[in-house]
Ligand binder design. Sequence first.
Ligand SMILES: NC(=O)c1ccc[n+]([C@@H]2O[C@H](COP(=O)([O-])OP(=O)(O)OC[C@H]3O[C@@H](n4cnc5c(N)ncnc54)[C@H](OP(=O)(O)O)[C@@H]3O)[C@@H](O)[C@H]2O)c1
Length: 244
Amino acid sequence: MHILIQGAGRGIGLALAQRARAAGASQLFLTARDPQSAPGYDLLPPSDDVMWLTLDVTEPDSIAAASTKVTAATDQLDRVIFTAGMLQDGSIRPEKRINDIDADVLTRVFQTNALAPVLMARELWPLLRGTHPLHYAALSARVGSISDNALGGWYAYRASKAALNQLMRTLSIELARANPAACVASLHPGTVDTNLSRPFQANVPAEKLFTASYAADCLWQVLDGLDARMTGGFFAYDGSPIPF
Ligand SMILES: NC(=O)c1ccc[n+]([C@@H]2O[C@H](COP(=O)([O-])OP(=O)(O)OC[C@H]3O[C@@H](n4cnc5c(N)ncnc54)[C@H](OP(=O)(O)O)[C@@H]3O)[C@@H](O)[C@H]2O)c1
């Protein structure tokens, strides 16, 4: 299998890359903004079957450059998983009320959380089209479900994940015409013990806080169970569908 994991330097993306290796991937394309300083780089060092690529999903030139390298190295991808996500960073915090809304923050969170899968699908299209089974997935979040939103707050994060889900759904329809065996999926990993969730774990019961490795195992199994008939869906770590 030829597998691309965007955001494999740390967190759930790194655990997914390790899972991909354990599943016997014949070629792994792994990305991070600065691969050599990422924990994943030492754990899965470059080799004949592991290629690290520099990729910042907020930079179109970076997306194009990474895609060009992948396209030069293979003519088919079997599984692609996007994991880029931000909830807070530096002075950016998830909004609690309308006064916290900031246009630049909204733009940056959308650029990071929503856009990469379709921008890269455009670049990688020749490797996605065909008749081969393909899983094209992105890590979303249950809080991106519009129908499930009873709590409010976290405007940028929620809306960016809802946008991601809609972009994935739209992509699934076009990709089905170019590759009838493709399955496009948005995935909720559960609450996972990573840098992203650490400031928000205080009220999470221990049994509901997953390790990255457990979440990756669950997500891998979910993908293994999905086929083209389920394309365009939004699924939790246990395989249950989440309403949009
Ligand atoms: N942890 C949870 O409880 C939880 C729950 C629901 C959904 N999720 C989703 O799961 C995904 C992975 O999160 P995580 O928990 O593994 O968090 P994490 O450990 O903080 O990892 C965040 C990932 O996003 C990447 N990233 C951030 N900004 C980027 C950019 N501009 N360009 C490229 N990559 C960028 C990081 O890459 P670098 O190493 O290059 O910085 C890193 O791989 C996110 O989409 C998150 O929303 C997580």
